[in-house]
Design a protein around this ligand. Structure first.
Ligand code: ZN
Length: 268
């Protein structure tokens, strides 16, 4: 059995998607299409750290003819204009991974000013039509709350990667579990089951499970969140990432106990 969460495994996942009946869409393509395909996968990447890994992933996808959405944070390590430009030039969508309520420590007026400025900086590099909040479990703010006071459409934006989606199966590599069990209403009829509206559970805990699910085509639509920094290309990198994720998962559990099980950000 091959290791999970390696670039080779990600290539297998992409190849399965390319060979399947699913149409791969960027977030913007999904939000702007008049006629969504019958089966589709929205492919989203949040670049929280290690932007070089995003570049590597973007190249891999480009070779397979895939276009995805890359949301970059605005900080010294991640916001690298040349790298972002290179990914944009491959045809991928570039988006802004904002965290301005955190940066403004809950001051909404300040947060929207920071948002405007950072969005402008992104737009010097590439067209930006969609945004996505970054969740930081160490802060007490939810960056999406900015849109309870303001409207992102006033900034020429089409959508927000959390707020603009509903009724779609969300599979995320956060915690390396793909979310475990998923309740799905759109289970397709099989020989054994003719009721297509029955609520079923699909267990997805490894990337191989995701690949098998795509091959079987059992879900109508999938929203796939992949953090490029989690997928390493060397054994040393894999061991270090794996240890980090285990430590982070333990820290999250401690935080959840302290906060009384408030949903901890899915973005770590
Ligand atoms: Zn994030």
């Amino acid at each position: 059995m091959s290791l999970d969460f390696t670039l080779d495994k990600y290539r297998e996942l992409c190849q399965a998607a390319v060979d399947s009946k699913y149409v791969l869409l960027t977030v913007e393509a999904y939000l702007t299409t008049q006629n969504p395909p019958q089966r589709f996968i929205v492919l989203r990447h949040d670049v929280d750290r290690k932007p070089q890994r995003a570049l590597r992933m973007a190249r891999l996808e480009q070779k397979l003819g895939i276009k995805a959405t890359y949301y970059f944070r605005f900080n010294k390590k991640v916001f690298q204009p040349h790298l972002i430009k290179e990914i944009a030039n491959m045809g991928h969508e570039i988006g802004y991974h904002y965290e301005t309520l955190d940066k403004a420590k809950g001051d909404y007026a300040k947060a929207i000013r920071i948002f405007e400025h950072e969005l402008e900086e992104f737009r010097k590099i590439a067209e930006v039509k969609t945004i996505c909040m970054h969740g930081n479990p160490l802060t007490k703010w939810d960056n999406r709350d900015l849109w309870t006071k303001y409207d992102f459409r006033d900034f020429g934006l089409t959508g927000e990667a959390y707020l603009s989606f509903k009724d779609i199966v969300y599979l995320s590599d956060t915690g390396r579990t793909w979310g475990g069990k998923h309740k799905v209403k759109d289970w397709l009829p099989s020989a054994a089951c003719s009721d297509s509206k029955e609520v079923s559970e699909v267990a997805v805990t490894s990337t191989d499970d995701v690949i098998e699910s795509i091959k079987r085509g059992e879900l109508n639509s999938i929203y796939l969140l992949v953090h490029p920094e989690r997928w390493s290309s060397s054994m040393l990198g894999w061991l270090m990432d794996s240890a980090r994720d285990t430590a982070v998962n333990m820290a999250k559990r401690v935080l959840m106990l302290r906060k009384g099980c408030k949903a901890i950000g899915s973005q770590w």
